[in-house]
Design a protein around this ligand. Structure first.
Ligand SMILES: Cc1cc2nc3c(=O)[nH]c(=O)nc-3n(C[C@H](O)[C@H](O)[C@H](O)COP(=O)(O)OP(=O)(O)OC[C@H]3O[C@@H](n4cnc5c(N)ncnc54)[C@H](O)[C@@H]3O)c2cc1C
Length: 135
């Protein structure tokens, strides 16, 4: 059984063919989320649109969990029976979804997708001088 994406079998279709078959709608790419609060019977779900609102939610609910892809938390709640009464989706918080190139390197927001990060790194490769990594 494969537990990690790197162990999974390669897709039979090339990425180019896939992106042709399954085209992500342009309107959704441009969509900017509005702030939302869904008060469910077991979970309070928030989607703030600014960092101050996200911090205000975290101040009010100290146990609030940020959920981005839900791969980890989804398993914890579905398979391990954990309960997270307050969930916050940070996808509409600009500061957490941007990559900033500084003199020291890249500052990567905690909500940046791996696709966006890969695109950014690919765009920078070749433009930047080669130098050893430091920790
Ligand atoms: C089938 C499967 C395959 C996987 N394969 C791989 C793999 O190949 N490589 C690998 O590295 N991992 C893999 N994982 C693990 C998983 O992808 C990682 O744990 C990943 O980091 C989870 O990201 P997420 O956005 O889905 O996190 P979530 O489930 O949304 O959250 C995980 C944790 O991060 C916190 N968090 C989420 N978003 C934010 C945010 N914006 N700011 C601050 N904190 C936040 C949450 O509160 C929670 O504590 C796999 C998991 C599964 C289920």
């Amino acid at each position: 059984m494969s537990y990690f994406a790197v162990d999974a079998s390669p897709l039979s279709l090339a990425n180019e063919e896939l992106s042709h078959l399954i085209k992500f709608p342009e309107e959704l790419k441009q969509y900017t989320g509005t702030s939302l609060h869904v008060n469910g019977s077991r979970v309070d779900w928030y989607r703030p649109t600014s960092l101050p609102s996200l911090l205000a939610i975290k101040r009010k609910h100290s146990d609030a969990r940020c959920i981005t892809g839900n791969t980890e938390c989804g398993i914890e709640t579905k398979l391990q029976g954990r309960m997270y009464p307050t969930l916050v989706n940070p996808s509409a918080v600009r500061e957490l979804n941007q990559i900033t190139h500084t003199n020291d390197g890249l500052v990567i927001g905690s909500g940046v997708t791996l696709t966006a990060l890969l695109d950014k790194c690919n765009a920078l490769i070749g433009k930047l001088p080669v130098r050893p990594c430091c920790s």
